[in-house]
Design a protein around this ligand. Structure first.
Ligand code: CA
Length: 165
């Protein structure tokens, strides 16, 4: 057992792959099936201030209920199967400048594996200041309309509207 553990650790160090800005990542041995007892880390580093967009082209990894045999971990979540519930979405956004994907396989049954490309993109959640200003304008507009509406209700119901004022 000790020998096996040592073997795995050496493979992990040997197979660490680091990419910057954009790239393509495949499972070991691609386009042939991946192997048994594999362990490697893919470290993706986006351009400064950007986030990571992954687009899967292929995903076929030994299926298991909890992906306990073979898996590709993205953001700490294990993925396996062949475009099944346990597989990743075709497009995955990682809201961070860098991430580590961990590939791990057990001692039997191999499949085709995976292939994806990735790129650095602007964070779509960040709202430009111009849009924020119009959002503030929209808010003021709504408030004016709401007051107008309350006045109309008030004039229809007479004194019964005091809770609004
Ligand atoms: Ca396997």
């Amino acid at each position: 057992m000790e020998k096996r553990g040592f073997h795995l650790r050496i493979e992990g160090i040997k197979n660490d792959k680091i990419q910057y800005s954009s790239g393509t990542v495949t499972s070991p041995g691609w386009p042939e099936n991946y192997g048994n007892n594999e362990m490697c880390v893919f470290k993706l580093n986006a351009d400064p201030g950007k986030i990571i967009k992954i687009t899967f082209e292929e995903f076929d990894v030994e299926r298991a209920t909890l992906c306990e045999y073979d898996s590709l971990s993205i953001m700490g979540r294990k993925h396996c199967g062949n475009w099944s519930r346990k597989s990743p979405e075709k497009e995955v956004l990682i809201y961070a400048e860098s991430t580590e994907l961990i590939w791990s396989t057990d001692g039997s049954v191999t499949e085709k594996g995976f292939r994806f490309s990735w790129e650095s993109i602007d964070n779509p959640i960040e709202v430009p200041s111009g849009a924020l200003e119009s959002a503030a304008g929209f808010h003021a507009h709504i408030e004016v309309n709401a007051k107008f509406l309350l006045i109309k209700i008030f004039s229809k119901r007479r004194g019964s509207i005091s809770i609004f004022l």
